[in-house]
Design a protein around this ligand. Structure first.
Ligand code: ADP
Length: 365
């Protein structure tokens, strides 16, 4: 009996020590049973989530954390990622919440105060937006004067012509960068979920191709644009954003195919998803660079891309637009052979074209 008693005391001790250490964890920790009822929480959870003993014991967690993002996260049950919500008791605090399954179908909910990170991110966004905005006016003035000089007598002087040309080129590039940065900021700050209207992607493909052809740059003559579109399938989304993403992909296809060749734009339903892809026969991308392409200012080959007049922001824009549409980007490429960029949209955004429409193909011929 005595040995048993001693064993019991020892076990109790261990349990208490575990509780104490869990209690002292700097992250909010809540244990839930299979149904999502609250079983236990630590001190930080009391502070961040405002849990009160004993009335919250046994309550369902989604009755207490009522933010729509959390409700959706909890109901969907895919806990791979965390979700960010404001604290229900201190709205100025942002908490990153993650649920982890453990033991016998129990759930562990961990919440981390990410207010500082969140603020930093906000400051970064504001900073980029302000700088870009402030640069716009001086750039307009400079490029205006450069143009005037080019048209004047000085511009005809062979000593000046080359310099003025370069000044014009560089101000044009800076303007493009500033415009792209401003557009990215707009995409970042735009509240998702975005307005959903059915976009006729087939039509979009033909019109982007028409735009590319209208550019009529001599070097475009080497390209053959092929469109393959399923015009019956439309996509719920924001047409302006989708057009900008598609144009960026097409411009890249042209830019990184020095020898010309075929550029294929296609849109089709593949099982449960919609695939929009742009395929070129250009220089291709080394395997190792592919995961980093959508980072801002990331370039596979710095000198070549700069020469090509890119801003380094095109694919970041594409990625943002895709995030807004719950879509992902798949890049396949073989160096020297070409690349294929495919945007994959979830099935719930696809719609069968509502009424008979004249084939878009014909309107763009
Ligand atoms: P950039 O304005 O420099 O083109 P992007 O964000 O659009 O910036 O693209 C990032 C980098 O990815 C480019 O600098 C280029 O090296 C590479 N890249 C993008 N599209 C293609 C393509 N179709 N073929 C080969 N390389 C590409």
């Amino acid at each position: 009996v005595q040995r048993n008693r001693r064993r019991k005391r020892m076990l109790l001790d261990i349990v208490n020590r575990f509780r104490e250490s869990a209690m002292a964890l700097p992250d909010a920790t809540v244990t839930l049973n299979e149904e999502g009822d609250i079983v236990w929480w630590n001190d930080m959870a009391r502070r961040l989530f405002g849990l009160k003993s004993p009335q919250d014991l046994g309550q369902r967690i989604d009755n207490l954390l009522r933010h729509p993002s959390f409700t959706r996260y909890f109901q969907e049950g895919d806990f791979q990622q965390a979700v960010e919500i404001p604290s229900p008791v201190h709205p100025q605090i942002t908490i990153s919440v993650r649920v982890i399954r453990y033991g016998n179908k129990e759930l562990l909910l961990v919440g981390q105060d990410v207010t500082r990170l969140h603020r930093l991110e906000q400051t970064r966004q504001d900073f980029v937006a302000n700088v870009s905005h402030e640069l716009k006016t001086p750039l307009t003035v400079v490029s205006g004067y450069v143009e005037t000089l080019q048209d004047s007598e000085i511009g005809q002087d062979p000593r000046w012509r080359r310099s003025l040309e370069q000044m014009a080129q560089q101000t044009e590039r800076m303007t493009a960068i500033v415009d792209d940065l401003l557009y990215l900021t707009k995409l970042e700050t735009k509240a998702v979920p975005l307005r959903k209207s059915a976009v006729n992607i087939g039509e979009l493909l033909y019109s982007v191709r028409a735009e590319a052809e209208v550019l009529k740059k001599p070097e475009l003559a080497q390209f053959k644009f092929v469109v393959k579109a399923d015009e019956e399938t439309w996509l719920l989304g924001d047409e302006a954003e989708l057009r900008s993403a598609l144009s960026n992909l097409v411009v890249n296809a042209i830019r990184y195919s020095p020898k010309g060749g075929e550029i294929e734009l296609s849109w089709y339903r593949d099982g449960n998803v919609g695939k929009l892809s742009v395929t070129d026969q250009g220089i291709g991308i080394p395997e190792a660079d592919i995961p980093r392409l959508t980072e801002r200012f990331y370039r596979v080959d710095n000198s070549r891309s700069r020469q090509s007049g890119g801003t380094g922001l095109g694919l970041s824009i594409v990625k943002h637009v895709l995030v807004h549409h719950d879509a992902t980007l798949e890049v396949r490429s073989v160096v020297g052979r070409g690349s294929s960029f495919t945007c994959i949209f979830p099935g719930d955004r696809l719609q069968v074209a509502a009424n008979e429409i004249p084939a878009v193909k014909d309107r763009y011929r």
